[in-house]
Design a protein around this ligand. Sequence first.
Ligand SMILES: [Fe+2]
Length: 259
Amino acid sequence: MTLEERMRRWLLRDLLVTPRGRAYVLHLAAEAKSAGERRLFDVLLEQVKDAALAKAIADHRRDEARHRAIFAACAARQGAKLPEIPPSLRLVDAIDRHVAAARHLPGDRPGFLDAPIRDARQVMEASLFLQVLEERAVDELRVLATALRPFDPRSAGLVREVEADERRHLRHCSALALRYAPTAFALEATLAELRHAEAVAYREHTQLTLEFLTAEGFIGSRAMTLFWRGVGTAAPLAELPLTQDGRAAQARADAPRAA
Ligand SMILES: [Fe+2]
């Protein structure tokens, strides 16, 4: 486990101790998949003619709506009132912006989520975008399920069930990307690019979240608040927070060079 992962787990535990902190984390899980992602499923369904793959996309879309309802109910059960959470804390939108910036997409809101999907390569790209979201979801939900168990075992059990669904989605996104990839190289290069953009966005999102949490008094003592502010300031210096799958792929790519 990297130092950054350890720090994230400490922060999560700090939050989960209080009903308000649990409500915040579960609310964020409910909001994790944005309207933009739902639109992506719709656009993919217009392009994908293979019956089995189309069914998997429709099932995935339905699962995400169900997950949202599950997490929203878990958040409400904590019985805590949350402050308004600014749109700048929407992780999917931040990833979208970073991918767009990396690809120099034009337009007023040059988001990847708004880009048209008209050919096989774009289906592959959209599938890989969904895949990197799922990779992060799997990592986060696994940690959340374990950390939440002592405080709210019922919600922890539901988080575990959602995590299992997300692992299934991961396989489906990967199969869809493979089916539409023009070449194996294009698939690998795009996946590496999206994982990098996602990790940069995730790091930025962590800093914004820390600022929000300390400003809103989610983190208990003054000493802890100062500590987390320090972590937030140090975050840009830390290693890029790739997901487990992202780190494994990077290690494979680096292996021939190291040999
Ligand atoms: Fe999913």
